[in-house]
Structures are given as structure tokens and as C-alpha cells.
Ligand binder design. Structure first.
Ligand code: NCD
Length: 518
């Protein structure tokens, strides 16, 4: 068993490190072998699985149920349609109550929902709750949340690719075909494929269904080589190499808006495999699909089922082995004292004030024409110099800040890309937090005049975690923290990314300023 994973929730693929993912696959391989020989011993009767499927599922739900039973867990299937969720109860309240029914057991909640980031928000709040009342904190596994991620599908996909590649992790060449825009199994590939040293991904989808920028950028950052194609015909007609791994996804019609639905037949003809295409596949190639495929117009024709290219049957079987390994690894052992995770407190806003006589002549000029010492100037230098964004951000500041901070005319003076704006001087911590978060990537400064020749330049390291500020709201309407999702007890939280900008703690939506609404 992978003991260092005990008690850890898996909300997204990157919740497990690459070595942890690789050891999960080794464990799944042992389990597959033992189960096939009838030698797997069920032994975990001290643990309990709650299967909460708030969206339809066959394979994922049944493979988890069988995995939990194989492990000897007590299995509870939560009936969402006849629960208080239909009476507008929040999921936080529901899950808190369920935790109380298994007080001395290690509980694993497997959750599928259209609410993005639900698992992370529950993992946060239930761990706080369990520690407060002395229960064993439950573990959460994301079984697919909206269009966000599907980490356990990703683990079984990678396990299956490894089997095909003889467990070699040096390189992979894969084609992703279909609804790359809304398919969560595709989005999880941006992290899951990192187990390979060299990764080439052919992205095959009509423009409207291409992979969202956030995942394209993540793949590029992870060093993947990307090739884009608009249809399977274009792909098979090009001179480059066809990938030996073709991964299909169905059109996610339930998440499409009207403008996309109108193009359904066009999308289908661009991304449906035909039998004549099989001769273009390289030796040893396999075709995969997380399933279900569309019954009337299957993305992979039924005739492929009996060919050597069928990789999807084994892929779907592997879901059972990989999920058995995962549940066994992450369920907390109720007999072991829990070592509470000590996380360093996130860095809050760090203000730096420096006196200076050396200021831009513009400030001197503004100061002499405005000798009121209650005034200051903010200077914002845009990395890419987009004045319209500055205007938007300034409008947000004016509307959202409690104090009437900005000069009514909001006159932008200065060169293109660098803006100097008069405002009233404030040392209000909340306001400073707001200002330096909103302009985190803009080299923002506040300058005020202390005495006729001495100016003070205020700069700051933006906060690592942003919460509790007025107007803060994830722009993703499917995010668990968005008011549309009606989980009123979940407050928006944004985390600073390594490079620039912030991302929502729950749904991972990246944001540069649009995390504040007015
Ligand atoms: C996938 C899902 O739910 O995202 N299916 C699955 O888990 N087996 C893919 C899909 O529904 O298209």
C-alpha cells in the first residue's frame, strides 16, 4: 500500500505527484494480477465508501462500487434524487451529516457532480469540521466535476497507455479527438501525461471545440509538443506521423450552448472514425475512449470492437483495478493516529514603503499643482500595455472600494502602458489588499508626498491567497463558489500562480483581474 497517500483527497490529477502516480500504477498492476488469479484478500472492513453521483454514470460508479466491495469497505450509495439536495440543502450540510454516520471509520467520498471544484471545497471544509469535532477526516475522490477534471479516468487511461507501451515512460505520441473544449477527461491529460519524459499531442477538433487556452498553455508549460488539426480527414491526409494512440471523446452535448448544438452534425463528421481510416494507423496502434460512445452515431464504429485496434474494452476494465488501488491507498486508516498536515500560513500582503527624492517629474508636477497632502498617485505599468484593461480595472476600483478613492475624472496621464492616476491617500489595509491584488501583474505603486521634497513610494508583494474582498467572485458560473451553484456556504478563494495571475482554488479557472465583479 502507498502509505504516504493515506487520508489524501484527490480532486485533480496533480494532487498526486508524478512518483505517486507511477507507484499507483504499479500497485494497480499487482492488484490486477491478484484479482485475475482470485488471490486478492478483502480486509478493510473498518472503512466506508460513500458513492455520491449527482450526475449520470455507469462505468465510473460501478467500477468504484466494485472496487470498494473488493476491498471489503462498507458501501453506501447516496440517492441524490430523493435527498434534501432537492430541497436546496447545500452539499456541505449533506456531507457533514453523512460524516457523523461513520464516526469511527475511514470514509472515502466518491463524488461526481456538474459543480466544478466541489471536491476541493468539501475536502477543505470537512477536514476543518472533522478536526473541530474530533472525527476522522474523510477523503474525497473527484469522479468528474463538470467540464473541469476527471482524475481517476486519467489514472486509468495512463495505466492503460503504460500497458500498451510496455511500461516505458520515455515518450508518448497521442492524438486526442473530439470535444476537447468540454471533455474533462481531455483536460486532465494536461497533467496526467507528465509521467512521460517526451510528450507529443495531436489535437484533432473543429476550431469551436478546440482545447481551451488554459490547457493548451499548461501543456506547453509542461513541455509537450502540440500539433493542431481541424478534422480526422485533415489528420490522416497530412504528411506527418499518425499517433499509435488515438483517444476519442464524445460530444458533450449536455454542456453545449445553442450555438454549438446547431453545429452538431458538422462536429460529428469531423471527429467520427471511419473504417477506411484504420489502414492509416501505424503497427500496434490502439484506439481508446472513456465511453459511453454515442449509440446512433458512434465516434468509433461498432465494427472496430472486434479488431486489434480495440483498446477501449481493456481501458474500461482497468478502471476497476486502478480505482481499487486508489481507494486502498487514500482511505485513512482509522486505527492510525492522523498526522495533521501542517501547512505554512500563506503569505499575506507585504507592504514596502520607501522614502525617495527621486521621483518621476510628473509626480513633482502633479504635487506642486495639487499641494493637498491627503492626495496620492497610483502608477500602473501594464506588462503588455493594454490601456483598455487599465480602464476596466480602474472602474472596478472606483466602484468596489469603500472610500471614494479615485479622482472622479479618472484622468489617465502618462505614456502608453504606464499610467499615473491621482487618488486620495489611504492606509486602509483592505483597500491596499484590493489594489495590489487587482494590479498584481502591473508593477503597481502608490506615491505620495510626505514633505515638499520627500515622496514615499509604496509597493507590495501581492498576497498568495485572496479571500474576503468585496466583489471577489469566480468568473466561472459552474464553480462551486459561484452564486449560480447555490452553495452559499462556499466563499471564493483565489491562489497566486507560480508565474503570474491568480487561479480559483476550487475550479482552477485562471484570472487576471476578472476575479472581481461589479
Ligand atoms: C467520461 C465522463 O464522465 O467525463 N465518462 C466516464 O467517466 N466513463 C466521458 C464522457 O462522459 O464523455
Amino acid at each position: 500500500m502507498l502509505s504516504n497517500m493515506e487520508g489524501r483527497s484527490v480532486c485533480v490529477v496533480s494532487d498526486l505527484s508524478i512518483p505517486e502516480q507511477l507507484s499507483l500504477y504499479r500497485r494497480a498492476s499487482e492488484i490486477k494480477d491478484q484479482i485475475q488469479k482470485g488471490e486478492f484478500p478483502p480486509n478493510d472492513s473498518s472503512k466506508c465508501a460513500y458513492l455520491m453521483f449527482l450526475e449520470d454514470s455507469t462505468r465510473t460508479k460501478e467500477s468504484f462500487r466494485n472496487a470498494a466491495e473488493t476491498l471489503g469497505f462498507r458501501v453506501n450509495i447516496f440517492d441524490a434524487t430523493h435527498s434534501s439536495i432537492s430541497k436546496s440543502e447545500t452539499l456541505n450540510d449533506t456531507v457533514r451529516m453523512l460524516c457523523g454516520y461513520t464516526p469511527s471509520m475511514g470514509s472515502v467520498f466518491v463524488i461526481r457532480s456538474k459543480t466544478e471544484g466541489l471536491c476541493r471545497s468539501l475536502a477543505d471544509s470537512m477536514s476543518e469540521y472533522a478536526n473541530r469535532v474530533g472525527l476522522i477526516p474523510p477523503t474525497f475522490i473527484n469522479a468528474g466535476d463538470g467540464r473541469h477534471e476527471h482524475p481517476t479516468q486519467e489514472f486509468l487511461d495512463e495505466f492503460t497507455f503504460l500497458e500498451q507501451l510496455g511500461n516505458r515512460t520515455d515518450e508518448i505520441h497521442i492524438a486526442l479527438v473530439g470535444d476537447l473544449l468540454l471533455g474533462r477527461t481531455i483536460h486532465s491529460k494536461a497533467d496526467g501525461l507528465r509521467i512521460f519524459n517526451k510528450v507529443t499531442v495531436d489535437l484533432i477538433a473543429p476550431l469551436e471545440l478546440q482545447l481551451p487556452d488554459q490547457y493548451v498553455n499548461k501543456m506547453k508549460k509542461n513541455g509537450f509538443k502540440l500539433n493542431f488539426f481541424g478534422s480526422l480527414d485533415e489528420y490522416f491526409g497530412q504528411p506527418g506521423q499518425v499517433a499509435p494512440i488515438l483517444y476519442f471523446t464524445r460530444l458533450q452535448l449536455e454542456r453545449m450552448d445553442k450555438s454549438l448544438l446547431e453545429k452538431e452534425s458538422q462536429f460529428r463528421s469531423a471527429t467520427t472514425l471511419r473504417m477506411d481510416m484504420l489502414k492509416k494507423l501505424p503497427q500496434g496502434a490502439k484506439i481508446y475512449h472513456p465511453l459511453p460512445r454515442h449509440g446512433d452515431t458512434p465516434e468509433i464504429p461498432f465494427e472496430v470492437d472486434k479488431t486489434v485496434f480495440n483498446g477501449y474494452d481493456e481501458q474500461s476494465r482497468n478502471g476497476y483495478f486502478v480505482r481499487t488501488a486508489l481507494m486502498q491507498s487514500v482511505a485513512a486508516d482509522p486505527k492510525k493516529p492522523r498526522i495533521s498536515e501542517i501547512r505554512p500560513a500563506p503569505r499575506t500582503l507585504q507592504i514596502d514603503e520607501q522614502e525617495t527624492t527621486n521621483v518621476n517629474p510628473m509626480f513633482k508636477h502633479l504635487a506642486s499643482s495639487n499641494p493637498n497632502h491627503n492626495e496620492a498617485w497610483i502608477e500602473i505599468r501594464l506588462p503588455s500595455g493594454k490601456p483598455s484593461d487599465v480602464r476596466k480595472a480602474i472602474t472596478k476600483m472606483r466602484v468596489l472600494s469603500n472610500t471614494d478613492i479615485l479622482d472622479g475624472s479618472c484622468q489617465v496621464v502618462g505614456t502608453r502602458g504606464s499610467h499615473t492616476i491621482p487618488c486620495a491617500l489611504t492606509k486602509d489595509e483592505n483597500w491596499l489588499n484590493f489594489f495590489f491584488t487587482l494590479f498584481a501583474d502591473c508593477d503597481a505603486k502608490i506615491i505620495y508626498q510626505k514633505s515638499p521634497n520627500v515622496f514615499v513610494r509604496v509597493t507590495a508583494e501581492p498576497p498568495e491567497i485572496v479571500r474576503g474582498l468585496k466583489g471577489l467572485c469566480c468568473p466561472n458560473t459552474a464553480c462551486v463558489s459561484h452564486p449560480d451553484m447555490k452553495q452559499r456556504d462556499v466563499q471564493p478563494v483565489f491562489e497566486r500562480m507560480n508565474g503570474t495571475g491568480y487561479k480559483c482554488r476550487y475550479c482552477d479557472r485562471e484570472s487576471r483581474g476578472d476575479m472581481f465583479t461589479i
